[in-house]
Write a protein that binds this ligand. Structure first.
Ligand code: ZN
Length: 388
């Protein structure tokens, strides 16, 4: 009995690995799949035929010959499903959609102040409907809507337990999701941004995402790879460390200066009190870009503040490296603009690094404004891919 269960599971895993491999390449061939995944040729043939019959793979002509017989090109049917992603913040709504390519096919961001009212939620649903219509996304192919918010979610109770940024506490997720025509799910913004970043860097292995927005948060991704599968049947397609209560990676509340500045959480010396984007944006009426423009122009006051910001950020980044021993990606509002200063930060963290004086493990995020909305959509796509 046990043996048959195992062989069913192995077969399921192989199917999924084959699909993910094909989906991760513009096109490939059966010999390539067989070699890359170490699955026998006949098994690959059986799986590819099954997946073609199910409509998720297709033949795509012939691969360019490298000598010898030309192999048939195999490709994934990217547009078999779509997902919509929304990013809610205190002052903006971002929306995007994607298919199995996991790229943002369109992204729109509008200024709209958050208020916790039925009118706001109805407007949000109408905005989403219009977006779907305008982009002619086939309704029957929409898996659902992922909604990213700066909040902590109790997944078991389906409760938004806490959002300092939106000022809401202990709100049932269904109060939100029932406004939408499609299945909707609420997700943490930093987790979503990390999902988008790791989808872009498949096979990057482990990654810590440090989100430097108006609050500081993060996510820990592990064994990110399109060929390593999570075990068991649980539909948890994204390898993210959650902790016991789904509250892991609240990096903003790591104390970096005991007895230091008071954080909004009440503690003293939290990273958030030093490295929130508001530390910088508050100097330029909320416009972070202006802060960086003035910094570039050589404004002495801003340079001093930026030096202090980087000093504190370097402490946090080094702590994360010591904890997790992996790449650290800087995201959020500051992460979107920090790229020119990454070489300097690398130098700063290299000096702190016990192991090899190397700072190249820290980098700026690739996905910027659309990161959280895209990650929310990708989460639904990943859940779908996990069922293939
Ligand atoms: Zn705090």
């Amino acid at each position: 009995m046990k043996r048959s269960t195992n062989s069913v599971e192995v077969k399921r895993q192989n199917r999924n690995r084959v699909f993910r491999y094909v989906n991760g390449h513009a096109e490939t061939s059966m010999p390539e799949i067989s070699a890359a995944l170490d699955i026998s040729g006949p098994t690959v043939l059986t799986i590819v035929n099954e997946l073609k019959e199910e409509g998720v793979l297709k033949e795509a002509g012939e691969l360019k010959s490298t000598g010898g017989r030309k192999a048939k090109a195999i490709a994934a049917v990217k547009d078999i499903k779509y997902a919509v992603g929304i990013d809610l913040t205190a002052n903006h709504i971002g929306i995007t959609y994607t298919d199995l390519s996991e790229k943002a096919l369109k992204h729109v961001r509008i200024r709209k102040s958050f208020e916790y009212t039925n009118e706001y939620l109805d407007e949000l649903a109408a905005f989403t409907r219009r977006f779907i219509e305008e982009n002619a996304i086939p309704e029957d192919k929409i898996l659902g809507i992922g909604i990213s918010m700066p909040c902590i979610i109790d997944k078991k109770e389906q409760l938004i337990t806490y959002s300092n940024a939106l000022d809401i506490y202990n709100v049932s997720c269904s109060e939100w999701t029932e406004h939408f025509k499609y299945p909707a799910v609420i997700l943490n913004d930093a987790n979503c941004a990390a999902i988008a970043e790791s989808a872009e860097h498949v096979n990057c292995g482990n990654m810590v995402y440090l989100m430097l927005s108006n609050t500081v948060g993060g996510a820990v991704m592990y064994e990110n790879s399109n060929v390593i599968m999570t075990a068991g049947n649980e539909l948890e397609a994204v390898n993210m460390y959650r902790g016991d209560n789904w509250r892991s990676a609240e990096f903003g509340h790591m104390v970096i200066h005991p007895g230091g500045r008071t954080c909004y959480c009440g503690k003293k010396g939290c990273l958030d009190a030093y490295c929130s984007a508001l530390r910088l944006a508050d100097l330029t009426e909320g416009k972070l870009e202006i802060f960086f423009e003035k910094l570039e122009e050589g404004n002495a006051e801003y340079e001093k503040i930026w030096d202090e910001y980087l000093d504190n950020l370097a402490i946090a980044v080094d702590n994360l490296r010591m904890c997790f021993d992996c790449e650290v990606v800087l995201g959020g509002y500051v992460g979107n603009l920090i790229r020119p200063y990454v070489p300097r930060l690398r130098q700063m963290v290299a000096e702190k690094n016990l192991f090899g004086h190397d700072g190249n493990y820290v980098r700026a995020c690739d996905y910027k404004a659309e990161a959280s909305a895209l990650g929310a959509a990708i989460k639904l796509i990943e859940n779908y891919i996990e069922t293939i």
